[in-house]
Design a protein around this ligand. Structure first.
Ligand SMILES: [Zn+2]
Length: 282
């Protein structure tokens, strides 16, 4: 059989198969909510990238200069939930521009998981856009009361001579508090149509105020900085190294298909057990 005949045979086979699958499609299609196709992930700026993790779930990575993750989720009612922001209002604005264009100006709500710059540095851009920003009472307190501590912490982690631009940026950075607060020990439940989101306080971890965000319907967790992807502990200046692994043990019974750490590429729910192991060896 020459190439042309093979092509025709395959073409006929394809037609037969598609006719067959059409015939097998039930006439009464279930009344599913109309869904938009997911926009393609990519780069929003040289230091700001977008990765598709699951249907309607995107991880945003911002390097300023350390790589950090945020999450964009298209909820069951079509609205967008943002968990944590890129480090700066400027990068957060680029993210908002993408979300508004990709999802046709739909309503956006935000949750921040702690007071560090990689959790909430972009809040001013969210508040300017009229977006409700949820955070714990302790995160709202620390965003203001620990401003100087946070600036010093970031500057201490940078290398003078090599990272001077970042040093001056962090020296001048101001932080806004979330405008919708909840009691840290109570956590928070938000509903988006039929889809529930749970903000859970596992206890003292990488800092006293860090929370995690659980998506029961998707079996997904944004673990933020409480969960480590690599073998290094990273910034532990505000951490309680004894309490941290114990706090994480309260998350081990969550039903999970994916878990997103605050930093790094890992997306496996095993990251929780991995983090406990790293911390207990530390
Ligand atoms: Zn972090």
């Amino acid at each position: 059989m020459n190439h042309r005949s093979v092509f025709y045979c395959l073409a006929i086979l394809a037609v037969l198969l598609s006719a067959c699958s059409t015939a097998m499609t039930p006439t009464a299609t279930p009344t599913a909510a109309p869904t938009l196709p997911d926009p393609l992930p990519g780069m929003l700026a040289p230091d700001l990238s977008l990765e598709k993790l699951a249907d309607g779930v995107f991880v945003i990575q911002h390097a300023y200069p350390w790589q950090a993750n945020s999450l964009v989720v298209r909820m069951a009612n079509g609205e967008i939930l943002l968990v944590d922001t890129p480090y700066t209002p400027e990068a957060t604005q680029l993210l908002l521009d993408w979300v508004k264009e990709a999802f046709d100006g739909v309503k956006i709500t935000a949750i921040v998981t702690g007071y560090h710059a990689d959790n909430l540095g972009g809040i001013p851009a969210l508040l300017d856009a009229g977006i409700a920003v949820y955070g714990s009472d302790l995160t709202a307190d620390f965003a203001v009361s620990r401003l100087e501590h946070q600036r010093e912490m970031m500057v201490d982690l940078l290398v003078p001579g090599k990272e001077d631009a970042f040093i001056s940026a962090y020296q001048e950075m101001t932080f806004s508090a979330p405008d919708h607060t909840f009691r840290l020990d109570e956590g928070l439940t938000l509903m988006f149509g039929t889809e529930e989101v749970q903000v859970i306080y596992p206890g003292f971890t990488q800092s006293e105020d860090k929370v995690v965000v659980y998506f029961p319907k998707r079996k997904g967790l944004f673990g933020g900085c409480a969960i480590l992807s690599g073998d290094r502990v990273g910034n532990s200046i505000d951490a309680d190294m004894k309490a941290w692994p114990e706090s994480l043990k309260t998350l081990l019974n969550l039903e999970l298909d994916w878990a997103v750490p605050g930093h790094g590429e890992g997306r496996d729910p095993e990251l929780i057990a991995h983090t406990i192991e790293i911390l207990e060896k530390h």
